[in-house]
Design a protein around this ligand. Structure first.
Ligand code: ZN
Length: 305
């Protein structure tokens, strides 16, 4: 039994229109779901991914309109690492510079990497894909297929004492120790989880910070993963139905909020695959409030169908 790498990563935006522009137009991801926060239907939950809305490429944002900028600190994910093709780093360096996004071509990890932040400060890194996994790519008129983002390689979090998490990660979640951190690798995909020493300043969960990272489970194994987390000393929530997948949440010992999410049923469960993300999707309980909600939520720029 193995987790299939990262399922999705959820972060916070205070500027939904700017967020849509950056992730769909600049980074070339596809908006695969435009819905509302299940706990507050006046604000968005936006999902960006590859063309099919696959687990492994899905970056989602809770909208808190006008949220103050946050800051990653201990117990928080501070960097999202994406895979790209072997010639893609120069393409992205040029494209991002053309959008006035500062880029850092660090040489820290061969064969090089490229770091940048989104307009609200969320840090991303692109590294050349060495995984051998199927690339998860979105189609975009200005991003050639060979340069498209190919899904997540992993995430880095801040922790004072990574050893505190070892037992839960290795025995509870079957993460395998890697050169730097751990890898969760299933039959189809893998993803890494690693720590860096935290900055002095306390983290602030605000705009431009990661809220949680979800690991991908085949649906039949989710209950057993939940049991394992319990036996490893974690305190998982019951299974919660998120419509597009089912979820269990818990904090790993270093403080990072983890989710175990099922691969499927997926984003085509309530709208056609061809037009994912075009119309506002509402949970069934909120459908009768559609007119009111559509009049309340922040207007967004159009995205391609
Ligand atoms: Zn989630």
């Amino acid at each position: 039994m193995r987790l299939e790498g990262i399922h999705h990563i959820t972060a916070i935006t205070g500027d939904a229109p700017g967020n849509v522009d950056f992730y769909t137009r600049v980074l070339g991801l596809r908006m695969v779901k435009k819905t509302v926060n299940q706990d507050d239907p006046t604000v968005y939950h936006l999902f960006y991914a590859d063309e099919r809305g696959s687990a492994g490429s899905d970056l989602t944002f809770f909208e808190y309109p006008g949220a103050q900028p946050g800051r990653a600190g201990r117990g928080m994910v501070h960097r999202i690492v994406w895979r790209v093709g072997s010639d893609a780093l120069s393409f992205w360096a040029e494209r991002l510079a053309g959008e006035d996004v500062a880029v850092d071509r660090t040489q820290s990890r061969p064969p090089g990497a490229l770091r940048f932040r989104d307009p609200e400060g969320l840090e991303h890194e692109l590294i050349v894909d060495a995984s051998g996994d199927d690339p998860l790519m979105a189609e975009h008129p200005e991003v050639p297929a060979e340069h498209s983002l190919r899904g997540f390689d992993g995430v880095r979090a801040y922790a004072e004492d990574p050893e505190a998490s070892r037992s839960l990660l290795e025995r509870g979640l079957e993460f395998k120790p890697a050169e730097d951190g751990w890898e969760a690798r299933g039959e189809a995909r893998g993803g890494f989880y690693a720590y860096d020493p935290p900055p002095e300043a306390t983290g602030i969960q605000g705009a431009g910070t990661v809220h949680h990272v979800a690991w991908a489970s085949v649906p039949e194994e989710q209950e057993e993963w939940r049991e394992r987390v319990l036996r490893s000393g974690g305190r998982p929530t019951p299974v919660i139905d998120r419509f597009y997948f089912r979820s269990v949440y818990f904090r790993e010992p270093s403080g990072v909020l983890f989710e175990l999410a099922t691969i499927g049923p997926g984003f085509a469960v309530d709208e056609p695959q061809e037009s994912l993300g075009q119309r506002l999707s509402l949970p069934p309980d909120y459908e009768h409030l559609r007119a009111q909600i559509e009049a309340t939520v922040t207007p967004l720029p159009p995205t391609r169908s």
